[in-house]
Write a protein that binds this ligand. Structure first.
Ligand code: IMP
Length: 177
């Protein structure tokens, strides 16, 4: 089984690149159907969602805009719940259908904060699209419209997700050993 070492930790391969791409395509197809005629704005949450967004948007074929925002709540391997403010929202989302593109929803606190901030800009509707969900860690009530994959509680890296800023470039997803 393929494994990688990042800093002080070993990680083993858990989701292959082809499996990920298959799931990403499924989500894109669903979005294409659901949001046809909506002219949505995709808001990709940096840094973690950069690879997911890039692959997802290759399969989204409805007219849409993409913008990149930043809102971080995470340091090391434990979710802190402490959130910083939103940066980089340059598109006017008033009256628009917004799709938040996230790498992972863990406790859900980051997403809740983001929804709270974005709602102040009076969008028509906000959809949540996440590559990964850890259902057993979810602490808040969230209506997540699109989930590519649900995973166990273990810490993971790769495909945009980091361990202390490393490992984002891995094309597959690895789980800590
Ligand atoms: P939440 O606020 O607890 O939902 O945390 C969301 C953020 O924590 C994500 O956007 C990720 O940046 C980070 N995160 C949560 N779980 C993991 C993981 O297993 N690996 C890497 N980052 C994670």
């Amino acid at each position: 089984m393929k494994s990688v070492r990042i800093k002080d930790k070993n990680f083993k391969l858990s989701i292959t690149e082809s499996e990920i791409l298959e799931k990403v395509k499924n989500v894109a197809n669903k979005i294409n159907k659901d949001l046809e005629g909506e002219n949505p704005v995709f808001l990709s949450v940096l840094n973690g969602a950069f690879m997911f967004t890039s692959d997802l948007m290759k399969y989204v074929n409805i007219p849409s805009e993409i913008s990149f925002i930043r809102l971080s709540s995470y340091c090391g391997t434990e979710s802190t719940g402490c959130v910083r403010s939103l940066m980089g929202l340059t598109t006017d989302i008033k009256g628009r259908t917004v799709v938040i593109v996230e790498d992972i929803v863990d406790t859900g606190l980051t997403m809740l904060k983001l929804l709270d901030i974005l709602n102040q800009y009076e969008p028509k509707e906000i959809k949540i699209c996440t590559l990964l969900l850890k259902p057993d860690k979810l602490k808040v009530d969230l209506n997540i419209d699109y989930v590519a994959m649900s995973i166990p509680n273990d810490f993971i890296v790769g495909y945009g997700l980091d361990y202390d800023e490393y490992g984002r470039n891995l094309p597959e997803i690895y789980t800590v050993e």
